[in-house]
Each structure stands twice: as structure tokens, then as C-alpha cells.
Design a protein around this ligand. Structure first.
Ligand code: UDP
Length: 328
């Protein structure tokens, strides 16, 4: 019985593939390699193709005995989604509908789906709980929320059981040192800070220092990619044991400001890391911090890498050893 990982060559997907291989699972990877990297895939059978293409999905499901799907295949840049909403609706919603249609056809009943804190929009309460209002402020969050709703109806109609995982800020790299984050272009805070530490950029731009937060900069909940992936493994286990469909937040429960992250990175790297304050970035809520109690209670999820030092240290080890990312 194989697990299909869609988007398995991406940042989180590749860490998932590594974890599944380590557990001895049979793994099938589907990736269109637009953003993903071939050498990020540490095992399994790889198919090159797009979730929007029924032919490749039919090929995968007919050639393998898939019992579960973990779906990471998506566009995920908030800023880009504001300018290109149709791209996001087409890929993120259209792709998952295709996948669900093929799952239905082949009688595959389990899906773990990557969702996002962006489904909440500007939160009314911190920490954010799963039952809080979901009013996305950008098309990326909207596309993920739409799929969450589609999943609900597919469960009712076809008995496809899902676990939706709403990620907060994924960060860090695998402790094996072989895989990490390599986005092109890079837009995320910790990788950019570390590019400054590496001397690849001159400074880190702080997007806004006039938010109503402890030091005026945005506060986010950074969760280690290894912890994130572990939650997927537990969610998969639970679905395979007959678990009902659920939605869980995945975060650290601790908020760090942009300035605090830069400070910790200075400590970890021993580098100066120049920063420059600029205007706010469109669509950024001031504070996003998760309550992950539900995942901890129901999945017995335990965080192993939850200190910001550890998160940045593992990322730094990856960047130091792979200054050109996967181009080695
Ligand atoms: N950020 C920043 N400078 C950058 C990139 C990000 O100040 O060059 C801030 C951003 O405004 C947000 C936080 O860092 O408050 C995390 O942003 P990131 O893009 O890493 O993740 P997001 O929260 O958008 O998922």
C-alpha cells in the first residue's frame, strides 16, 4: 500500500517523503518541478507531472496501489496570489478537485491536506483556534479554505476522510543536513536573513515597524518543518485507523517578532546581519500565533524542535553547506 505525496519535491513535501521513507512506507511522488527540486527527493518512485493533468493521475493510480494521499501541491505566495488570483484558484482548487475525482474513482479514502493560517485572515483572538472565524484576506488563503469546504462535501458524499492541517510559519531544515529550503525567488523571512548572513544579500528588509506588537514588527509562529511533517505522519496513522475527518492548526504556540528572529539569527550565525526598515507588506496581519492544543491532544503530537534557536540553527547548517541550494 503506497502513499502518494503530491508536491513531494517542494520544501515541506520533500521532508515528508524523507520521513515516510524512514518509516519504511512505499512512497510515490508527483511533482511538476516548477518549484520543486529533483535532488530534494530522498526516495520513492517519482512521476513528473501536474495535479491538474488527469492522465498522469490515472497513470499513477493504475500503476500503484495507493491507500492514502498527502497533498502539498500548490502555489503558496500570499503577495503573488493578490495579483494573480486565478492562477491560485486554478492550481490550488482545480488541482485538488482533479485529485479527489481520481481518488473517488479508485476508491482511495484518506487525504492529508496542506492548508494555512491564511484561512483565518486578520484574527480576532490570539492564539488562534480551529473554530475561530475564517475570513481570508488574500486569494491564497481563500483557495485553501475553498478546498477545505470541498473536502467536507466529498467526505459526506464519497466517504473520503481528510485531515486538514493549517500550517503557521514552516521553517528550519532536516537534521540529516541533506534537505532544506530553496525557493526561487526566496520571499520568506528566515531564509532571507540567512542569505544576508551568508553574504548573498546586503541587508534584510523589515516590512513595517509600526504594528501594534511588542516591538512594532509582525509576530509569527515559526514551526520546525520536522515537527510539521511528524504531525502529517500522525494524521495519516489516525486516518488509517478509521479516524474521522478533522482540521488542526500546526504551530509552535509561541510568537516571535521579525526583530526577535533577526536577533536570534545574529546569535546563531555570529554574523552582523544588517537590517533596514521599510513599509508594511500588503496583506500581512500583525500577529499570527496558533493554538495547537487540538493536534497535540488528538494526534498525540509532541514538538521536538520548538526553540527558535534550533529552528534557525538547522536552517543555517543547510545554507552553510548548500549556499546554492539544490544547485550543487
Ligand atoms: N518579513 C520581513 N522581511 C522579509 C520577509 C518577511 O519583514 O524580507 C516579515 C513578513 O512581513 C512577516 C514575517 O516576516 O511578518 C514572516 O514572513 P514570511 O514571508 O516568512 O511568511 P508569511 O508570514 O508570509 O507566511
Amino acid at each position: 500500500m503506497a502513499v502518494l505525496v503530491c508536491g513531494g519535491a517542494g520544501y515541506i513535501g520533500s521532508h515528508m517523503v524523507a520521513a515516510l521513507i524512514e518509516k519504511g512506507e512505499e512512497v510515490i511522488v508527483l511533482d511538476n518541478f516548477q518549484k520543486g527540486h529533483r535532488n530534494a527527493i530522498l526516495g520513492g518512485t517519482v512521476y513528473e507531472g501536474d495535479v491538474r493533468d488527469k492522465n498522469i493521475l490515472n497513470k499513477i493510480f493504475s500503476e500503484n496501489t495507493i491507500d492514502s494521499v498527502i497533498d502539498f501541491a500548490a502555489d503558496s505566495l500570499v503577495g503573488e496570489s493578490v495579483h494573480e488570483p486565478l492562477k491560485y484558484f486554478n492550481n490550488n482548487i482545480g488541482g485538488t478537485i482533479n485529485l479527489l475525482e481520481v481518488m473517488k474513482e479508485y476508491g482511495v479514502k484518506h487525504i492529508v491536506f496542506s492548508s494555512t493560517a491564511a484561512t483565518y485572515g486578520e484574527p480576532k483572538n490570539i492564539p488562534i483556534k480551529e473554530e475561530d472565524d475564517t475570513i481570508p484576506t488574500n486569494p491564497y488563503g481563500e483557495s485553501k479554505l475553498a478546498v477545505e469546504k470541498i473536502l467536507k462535501w466529498c467526505d459526506k458524499a464519497y466517504g473520503i476522510k481528510y485531515t486538514v492541517l493549517r500550517y503557521f510559519n514552516a521553517a528550519g531544515a532536516h537534521v540529516n543536513g541533506r534537505i532544506g529550503e530553496d525557493h526561487r525567488p526566496e520571499t520568506h523571512l528566515i531564509p532571507i536573513i540567512l542569505e544576508v548572513a551568508l553574504g548573498k544579500r546586503e541587508f534584510i528588509t523589515i516590512f513595517g515597524n509600526n504594528y501594534e506588537t511588542k516591538d512594532g514588527t509582525c509576530v509569527r509562529d515559526y514551526i520546525h518543518v520536522m515537527d510539521l511533517v511528524n504531525a502529517h505522519s500522525l494524521a495519516l496513522e489516525r486516518l488509517r485507523m478509521g479516524g474521522e475527518s478533522r482540521i488542526y492548526n500546526l504551530g509552535n504556540g509561541q510568537g516571535f517578532s521579525v526583530k526577535e528572529v533577526i536577533e536570534v539569527a545574529r546569535k546563531v550565525t555570529g554574523k552582523e546581519i544588517k537590517d533596514v526598515v521599510a513599509d508594511r507588506r500588503a496583506g500581512d496581519p500583525a500577529v499570527l500565533v496558533a493554538s495547537s492544543n487540538k493536534a497535540m491532544d488528538e494526534l498525540s503530537w509532541v514538538l521536538e524542535y520548538n526553540s527558535l534557536e534550533t529552528i534557525i540553527k538547522t536552517a543555517w547548517d543547510w545554507y552553510k553547506n548548500h549556499p546554492n541550494g539544490y544547485n550543487y
